[in-house]
Ligand binder design. Sequence first.
Ligand code: C2E
Ligand code: CA
Ligand code: CA
Length: 657
Amino acid sequence: MKTRINPWHLSILCGFLITIFLFWTYFYVSYNLKQEQVISLEYDTVWSATNGRIEFYKYSASVSRYLNTGDPADLEDAQMRYEILLGRMETWSSGNFSSFLNSSSSLASDYNLLSEKLEALSPLMQRLEHGDAEQFQSALEQIAPIIELISSKSYQSSIKRFSGEREEFRQRLLTERRVVIGLLVLATLLMAFVMRQNSTLTQANAKIAGDADKLAYMAKHDGLTKLPNRTLLDEHLTRAKTYLRTGETVYAIALDLDGFKAVNDTLGHGGGDALLAAVARRLNGFVGKLPGDGLAARIGGDEFLVFLWCRSDQIDIEASVQSLAATFNTPLETAIGSLLVGTSIGYAAASEKDDVDYVILNADLALTEAKAAGRGSAMRFAPSMRAQLERRLQIERELPNALRKRLITPHYQLQFNLFTGEPVGMESLARWHHDDIGFVSPAEFIPIAEATGDIVALGRTMLRAACEDVQKLPEKIKVAVNLSMIQLLNDDLVSLVATTLQETGLKPSRLKLEVTESVVMHNVDAVAKLLRQLQQMGVTIALDDFGTGYSALSYLNNFRWDELKIDRSFVTACETSQKALNTINVIKSLADKMNADLLIEGLETQAQVEIFQSLGCMYGQGFFYNKPAPIEQVLTHFDERGYHHAPEAAVNAGAHI
Ligand code: C2E
Ligand code: CA
Ligand code: CA
């Protein structure tokens, strides 16, 4: 693996090297200064020699002067000079000068000769007033060449040494200069390196800052459409909540595409993505024309939200929403061609700071209502919508408790032979009367129970109660129990039915299970397999709400239905529409071919009963006959008509409660 040099380590190393260089220079210069001192000591030798020479000549001159003048003062001077000369000679025999003299044997002997000759002068000096000038002159002439010799040798030696030292000094200076240049080069390199480091760091910083910006952008925008996401939207809301002024309003317009799933299913995710991107462009175009502070955000798969904050008098929100909805009447230009997609819209406004928190929630609620009202609707939030949501949440909270306390009980609606008017069966319908909320319709709580999963427990309770209650009625009466898709998917339904029948002692042929078209459509093969297992037990299976919703007849072939229940909507339609009557005829012949019973739901009037009688439909149920009621009331119905219902003993034998 390639090891990379850490730039910080490198700069530390450079700094360390420079420090060593500086120390080295410091010691080197100090050393040189010392050497300078040595050199100056060398100069002492020349100085001593020169002085000795001068003193000798001064002494000679002084002696000559006395010999000429005979002046006792000159004599005195000559004697003093002699003493000085001796003193000088004395200094020659010590210190540096002595080292110089001892540097060669000839010099040492010269010096000894000189000393001897000077000492030999001493008796002559004492007798100087009587002295022989010639003798003196000759003695001095012998000394002079020796002094000259020593002094010239001292010069020569000094000059020689000095030139050597100069050379050495020059070399040292050269080295110093090199060191300084090296230091300068190093410092320059270090500076270049530091500058490079600095620029790398600056670039890295810029990159980090850039990355941080990118991350911050990504955190607040949707990757696909580049629209702001929920986070950024919330920031705008918080700002609006803080700074909203009187006369200003915050609007939230929630949009949900109609049939987006179909686009995804048929054109694939690429098609779906292209559509979403085109919707984003269209919304941005819409927002661009709005006054004030506006943005379009993507807050879910195919959910968008337009946020707008402006002066209330700047906009007619109803007209704007209508124009937004109208833009979806023209196809969107997408990367894969033109696509037409509808949208449902819910919108809400907040003119008080405290309401800003709820504006999106309110728009969402309005959107839910709009979707329920049908494709392409646009609805403005109304406070009743929130009451509905609160009610839904309350139901969601209370449901488990109601199940535990058995507050949800079955009511039964009888089913009749339209021709004889005889009861043939009854449908079990769940009823819940809540102490605070009042009556809660199954149409309301069943979807909630399906969403929370409570439907499984509810289904068990209803099945068991139906199996027990029907045994209180004459043998010929069957009981129909509604099944939810969740029960078919989540519960081990076959074994549940089997155990319930066994434990309650009900004959399987008296139990009918109702499933809706949507349940079957969900997974035709799996559901058909399950239903077949139930049929094999002897239980009958009815197709509920037939003719509503999808109305696909294809799955009629996948399973042998025991009964088709014609939805209530046909009852009213058949009163006015020949087409509806024709459809019933088709369904009737289909049912006959399949050997399935036909049961008409929601018969409310004698006239309606007669219509279906004339069509040859055999069975029916509805408010014309009776409203769903507790089993006690159903029993009364039978009593009043003199039916013999099951003996107590038989009921109790099957009951396990
Ligand atoms: P569904 O299975 O279609 O039940 C028939 C609905 O029509 C019942 O509404 C019944 O009260 C109502 N109905 C009967 N005759 C008439 C009539 O002449 N006119 C009018 N206008 N309505 C009539 P309900 O009891 O409110 O139940 C609504 C739906 O809730 C049921 O529709 C069913 O899908 C579901 N449901 C009720 N109980 C249960 C249950 O125990 N389990 C499951 N899974 N679903 C249930
Ligand atoms: Ca039903
Ligand atoms: Ca039905």
